[in-house]
Design a protein around this ligand. Structure first.
Ligand code: ADP
Ligand code: ZN
Ligand code: ZN
Length: 734
């Protein structure tokens, strides 16, 4: 048999680097149309679904080559660009391509199922319908619907989003053959739906929009715009421009940012259906959105983290809203950062990417400083809205009621009596962070983690926020038998209890991950209070997302712990949180007030924020990072390992550490290694956790080292006894 010169290079979902060679079913040389198609292939005793990444020359001995079992797609499901980016991503994050594919591709497609039908439908009036409208009962639902169709076909996606119960009205029209359902083709996707007008952009906004219009090819734009400065208006205009050029747009938002409000706002203003992608969707819906974009039927996608891996054959723009948000970083498995991936994809797609935030990450800030990103400043709120007045109140030696000082209670009372809403922010859910024995000092600890248990459900239960362990509160101290067990500190539940007692005439709504577990939980809760005077108490969930037009007072309680954290990013995170929460006050025409109660009124972080806002903080923090040789001036990678027996993980990392030392000497790489250290939380969910921190001034030196040890680490016997992972550009050290 002649040796076939060409084979399929297939990416397989395996913890192994590289591509695998296969022959086509009939042995014929494959053409380029295979790239991006899925194939079912034999692998050992199993069959796997893989992606044809390239067609190329055979590199393995030909007798070892096997033909594929079946070709699953006739036309590519993935673009060549995306496949290439995913492979590069796997290399960058030292992750197996299989894991990268799992994060990037909807489950249905990974399993080899057919891509869903993404044809979209619209409804239009028939000739009879057009003549018949006037005979319909006035102001009835069918009449309103038929009247709307008079100005053209309306896509179902749009009706779904803006007209409740439209299907039954449509059915009644259809039985008279007054309306018909038509399939939309791609040309219809570029501007059929009517849109509402937004405000005229101000000069700062226009400058940014024009810079984007003028952008050719890849460029990163960073909007540093205070809350309410009109960033979202810029996004909308930029997406409209992109659509008008016949291109697709991707808008990434943080987990919490993808609210019905956000989606409604984009839908109202864009002339095409808006697709949604997030992790709470069903497998079918995820595959639907992904495929719609891949086939070009979808023109705009709003999604959370993993949406960054959506194929876009006609990509024109990527936007990352709240680019500093930590939910963009995947914390387990394949530790990618969606903001960085967005920049990478924009580069490989040769399109602009727009990053926006009131509090940009120090990484992005630095990139703008050195001219790698183009900075656009929106220092003022759009329209007539005024910035909030921020005050700090010293609570040393002050008597607190329900954990709140008198100034805080007065501030809330004044706001409520004026008909406004007050937000009390505490970054701690549950009733109280600890249960303490007043007689012997015992505190309730999680048996599986190095952490205290949090009191919940009034005071009836103890929960671990790290492993989910739960138990009833003990009636007496397990150590000394005393009944003097006390709740220590304040969580959102306890604040809610206190605020309800202090302000019995006003509604008090608690918002934290405990109360918003259902996806529409938060929306429902906020709808309940509406614009009425009342109190919202909650965690960072309240720091962003929903627009609260009547919010006039923000009280910040209990930031003191974060002022003294050992994590080098703690101050950055805290500043962002404070600015974001404070930015919620007084968005409309009523100016807002912000009060921060603290035992450390002179802390430099608070002083900087008060004096010069986030820019002042960012400048100083970057100077400190530079002196301390920390990111973004250096580059970091973490090797984490955990196991039930502490020595097993520790021993594995010691071996890795030896490898690191050997390779960096051999290859003369300037990479600093921390040696093996316990993780920020040395035990979690019954596993002991260790880490190794690598740090280098030059990114390529770090990358070279990681690439050099990767295969060897996989080959270590000790690696099979522990859970371990690489975390390149780690965001936390817990
Ligand atoms: P951000 O995304 O920066 O928080 P938004 O785009 O949501 O800001 O704008 C905040 C509010 O100001 C919104 O109600 C928006 O409609 C309004 N707004 C934005 N730009 C303008 C403008 N140029 N003129 C008047 N109002 C504006
Ligand atoms: Zn005790
Ligand atoms: Zn625990």
């Amino acid at each position: 048999m002649p040796i076939p010169p060409y084979c399929l290079k297939v990416a397989l979902p395996l913890p192994l680097p590289g591509l695998f060679d296969y022959l086509t079913e009939d042995g014929k040389a494959p053409d380029q149309d295979w790239i991006g198609c899925r194939v079912r292939v034999p692998f050992g005793a199993r069959e796997l679904v893989g992606w044809v990444s390239a067609v190329g020359v055979v590199e393995t001995p030909p007798e070892a080559l096997k033909p594929i079992v079946t070709r699953l797609d006739r036309t590519p499901v993935m673009t060549a660009e995306l496949l290439q980016t995913l492979r590069w991503t796997a290399h960058y994050y030292q992750a197996p391509l299989g894991e990268v594919l799992s994060a990037a591709v909807p489950a249905l497609l990974r399993e080899g199922k057919a891509p869903p039908d993404v044809c979209m439908y619209a409804w239009q009036l028939t000739v009879e319908g057009d003549a018949g409208i006037d005979s319909l009962r006035r102001n009835s639902k069918p009449q309103a619907l038929a009247t709307r169709l008079r100005s053209g076909a309306v896509p179902e996606a749009l009706l779904d989003s803006d007209t409740k119960g439209w299907r039954s009205s449509m059915r009644s029209l259809q039985t008279r053959t007054w309306v018909e359902r038509v399939a939309l083709n791609r040309a219809d996707m570029t501007g059929t739906t009517p849109t509402t007008d937004g405000p005229a952009l101000n000069a700062d906004q226009q400058a940014c929009v024009q810079a984007l219009q003028a952008a050719k090819g890849f460029a990163v734009h960073l909007i540093e715009g205070v809350t309410g400065s009109g960033k979202t208006e810029i996004y909308i205009q930029a997406v409209r421009d992109c659509l008008a050029r016949g291109r697709q747009a991707l808008v990434l938002v943080p987990e919490i940012g993808l609210t019905p409000q956000t989606v409604t706002r984009f839908r109202a203003r864009l002339p095409v259906p808006v697709h949604i992608l997030h992790s709470n969707l069903s497998d079918g819906d995820r595959a639907q959105a992904w495929t719609a974009m891949a086939e070009g039927i979808g023109r705009v996608l709003i999604g959370t983290r993993s949406a960054v891996f959506t194929p876009m054959p006609e990509a024109g723009l990527i936007i990352v809203d709240e680019e500093h948000d930590s939910s963009y970083k995947q914390q387990d498995g394949f530790h990618y950062h969606a903001r960085d991936m967005a920049v990478l994809r924009a580069k490989s797609l040769e399109i602009p990417v727009l990053l926006g935030s009131a509090t940009p990450s120090l990484e992005s800030w630095h990139n703008a400083d050195i001219g790698r990103y183009r900075r656009h400043r929106l220092p003022e709120r759009a329209g007539s809205a005024k910035p909030p007045a921020v005050r700090i109140t010293d609570i040393r030696k002050i008597r607190l009621q329900h954990g709140l000082c008198q100034a805080m209670l007065d501030g809330i009372a004044a706001c409520l009596n004026d008909g406004g809403q007050a937000l009390v922010f505490k970054n701690r859910r549950g009733y109280a962070p600890a249960l303490l024995c007043h007689d012997c000092g015992f505190t309730a600890q999680c048996p599986r983690c190095d952490t205290a248990l949090t009191l919940h459900a009034g005071q009836r239960r103890l929960h671990c926020h790290h492993c989910g362990h739960q138990k009833p509160r003990p009636p007496a101290c397990p150590d000394c038998g005393s009944l003097a067990l006390q709740a220590q500190g304040f969580g959102t539940e306890r604040l809610e209890e206190g605020l309800t007692a202090a302000f019995p005439d006003f509604p008090c709504i608690r918002v934290d991950s405990g109360t918003t577990r259902r996806r529409d939980g938060l929306a429902a809760q906020l709808a309940e209070i509406g614009d009425a005077a009342g109190i919202l108490v909650g965690t960072q969930i309240l720091a962003k997302g929903h627009d609260l037009p009547n919010l006039r007072f923000v009280g910040v309680v209990g930031v003191d712990e974060s002022l003294f954290s050992s994590d080098f990013r703690a101050h950055e995170k805290l500043s962002q949180l404070l600015i974001q929460v404070a930015g919620r006050a007084g968005r409309a025409d009523k100016p807002g007030k912000v009060l921060i109660q603290t035992h450390h009124p002179d802390h430099p972080l608070l002083a900087d924020l008060l004096a010069g806002g986030y820019p002042e903080f960012a400048r100083k923090a970057l100077d400190e990072r530079q002196l301390a040789e920390l990111p973004p001036f250096t580059h970091m990678a973490l090797l984490r390992a955990e196991s039930v027996h502490s020595e097993t993980a520790q021993h594995f990392l010691e071996e890795v550490s030896a490898l690191v030392d050997a390779r960096r000497r051999e290859l003369k790489l300037a990479v600093h290694s921390s040696g093996v250290l316990p993780a920020g939380m040395p035990r979690r969910a019954g596993r002991y956790r260790w880490q190794l921190v690598l740090n280098a001034t030059q990114r390529h030196e770090l990358q070279n080292l990681l690439a050099a040890i990767r295969v060897e680490v996989h080959a270590l016997k000790s690696s099979r006894k522990v859970r371990w992972s690489f975390d390149v550009d780690p965001c936390d050290f817990l």
